[in-house]
Design a binder for this molecule. Structure first.
Ligand SMILES: *Cc1c(COP(=O)(O)O)cnc(C)c1O
Length: 463
């Protein structure tokens, strides 16, 4: 591809369209370890490698787009959470972030438990051989069929989300002759997002039972009366992509307050408290997430302190990181198709995927970074918008980023930190074929979720 057929876009110094972007990085070839999976590096030819496999080889073998997952990094992060919380706590990986049978086996081997929130996620976990008592079943509207299956399978806990569900699960458990361990999910009036939390009025949501007005206390009262339910604790999940621990502090304070009320009213000390997930990761170099051991220390101290103040035995804590384990471990590998420079506006870099493999930018205005990975370049930084191939102008993968000005069709670029909520939220919009997930480790690449084919699409089309 000759340069004349591909005029370089406006340099960042000439045109800076509106948007949120930092100054161009000093070195476009550098790969910030904050946002890239642990084993990512460049080889002597400048090609990015992960798990000892270079991206050009990966692109040849599995095609693009593809999610490339650093298995060693995934296991290390899972292990770090497990180790940080020790034996007095349980770590449940939130399967909705990204779930496959290989992932379930890694978690099993690393000693983690698993959250599921649908029949499909439960089926995946069971088919990978995870012991049912290590599974927690979530969701605000579990169907009777899902509940029946979970109870029959013997899941370790069902997290009850409404008054109706308390009755529904109790009935089904009784019918099946079982006593089901349950937690009750409460909304504590805290919503946390990234660097802030709001401590009022966030009970207006579909999840959980509000603490306000004694509703959660009433739910516990009812559940305790039902013989087929074994109420083991209270559950609270306050948000996502959280960096600020003060939201957890308020949540723990309020949940412990409820535990105290329960003790005072019923004479029972519920043995468990689940503080949910939502811990943030670095999507760009500007994010500074905390390490699992710092989070574990902070959460354990908060709960212990609150329980001492309430004269309660400290309950067993569980946490449910999803994004914090899976997110940083994968990047999406794309091939550059069209580079379109709109004079005085911006340069659009179109890739062979888009909102069908990463809906988060369109859905949440999420920020990502991007790098040229099939080679290095000494060209100047060019401010670009990375977009997909879908029939939506909102089909944006990376809103504002710098790539080298000599970027050309056929180059491979990669978007890091796409291990969570990308493949799991992928769609077939425009009849896109959902990309594979390739796990790399010690020089070997293994497809753990294969690319969809046109036969897969047509198999469902039975008209
Ligand atoms: C989504 C969710 C999680 C995981 O959230 P992350 O942001 O991926 O850590 C944990 N618990 C519950 C109940 C959730 O809904």
């Amino acid at each position: 591809m000759s340069r004349s057929a591909h005029p370089a876009g406006p340099r960042h110094a000439d045109v800076l369209p509106e948007g949120h972007y930092a100054a161009p990085p000093v070195d476009l070839n550098a790969l910030d370890p904050k946002v890239w999976a642990q084993t990512v590096t460049r080889d002597e030819d400048g090609v990015v490698t992960v798990g000892g496999v270079d991206v050009k080889t990966l692109a040849e073998e599995v095609g693009t787009p593809a999610y490339v997952l650093d298995e060693e990094d995934f296991r290390a992060r899972a292990r770090a959470w497990r180790t940080a919380f020790g034996h007095d706590a349980d770590v449940f990986y939130a399967g909705k972030a990204f779930l496959s049978r290989a992932v379930v086996r890694w978690l099993d081997e690393e000693g983690l438990n698993l959250d599921v929130c649908s029949g499909g996620e439960l089926a995946t976990a069971l088919s990978a051989g995870l012991a049912p008592d290590r599974i927690a079943f979530h969701g605000n509207n579990k169907t009777p069929a899902e509940i029946r299956r979970a109870v029959e399978a013997g899941v370790g806990r069902i997290v009850l989300d409404s008054f109706q569900e308390i009755v529904r699960v109790a009935h089904l458990a009784r019918e099946l002759g079982k006593r089901q361990r349950v937690q009750i999910r409460v909304t504590v009036g805290v919503e946390a997002h990234t660097h802030e939390f709001i401590a009022t009025a966030h009970e207006d949501q579909k999840f959980g039972i509000p603490l306000a007005g004694g509703q959660a206390a009433e739910a516990v009262r009812r559940a305790l009366q039902l013989d087929s339910l074994d109420v083991i604790g209270i559950h609270s999940h306050i948000g996502s992509q959280i960096f600020d621990m003060s939201g957890f502090e308020v949540a723990a304070h309020r949940v412990v307050g409820l535990l105290k009320d329960i003790r005072d009213e019923h004479g029972v000390e519920l043995p468990e408290i689940d503080l949910g997930g939502g811990l943030g990761i670095a999507y760009t170099s500007e994010d500074d997430p905390r390490e699992p051991h710092e989070i574990a220390k902070a959460l354990t101290e908060i709960v212990t302190r609150e329980c001492e103040a309430a004269r309660l035995r400290t309950p067993r804590i569980s946490v449910e990181p999803g994004r914090a384990i899976a997110g940083p471990t994968a990047f999406t590998l794309y091939e550059v198709g069209t580079v379109k420079s709109l004079e005085g506006l911006r340069t659009y870099v179109s890739v062979d995927g888009g909102m069908s493999d990463n809906i988060r930018t369109a859905l949440y205005d999420a920020e990502y970074s991007v790098a040229l990975v099939s080679r290095t370049s000494d060209a100047e930084p060019m401010l670009v918008r990375v977009v997909g191939k879908h029939c939506e102008s909102g089909d944006i993968v990376v809103k504002d980023a710098f790539l080298p000005a000599d970027l050309a069709p056929g180059d491979l670029i990669a978007v890091p930190a796409t291990g969570a909520y990308c493949r799991s939220m992928a769609s077939n919009y425009n009849h896109a074929l959902r990309p594979p997930v390739v796990a790399v480790r010690e020089g070997e690449a293994r497809v753990i979720v294969r690319r969809e084919t046109e036969e897969d699409l047509l198999r469902l089309d039975v008209g």
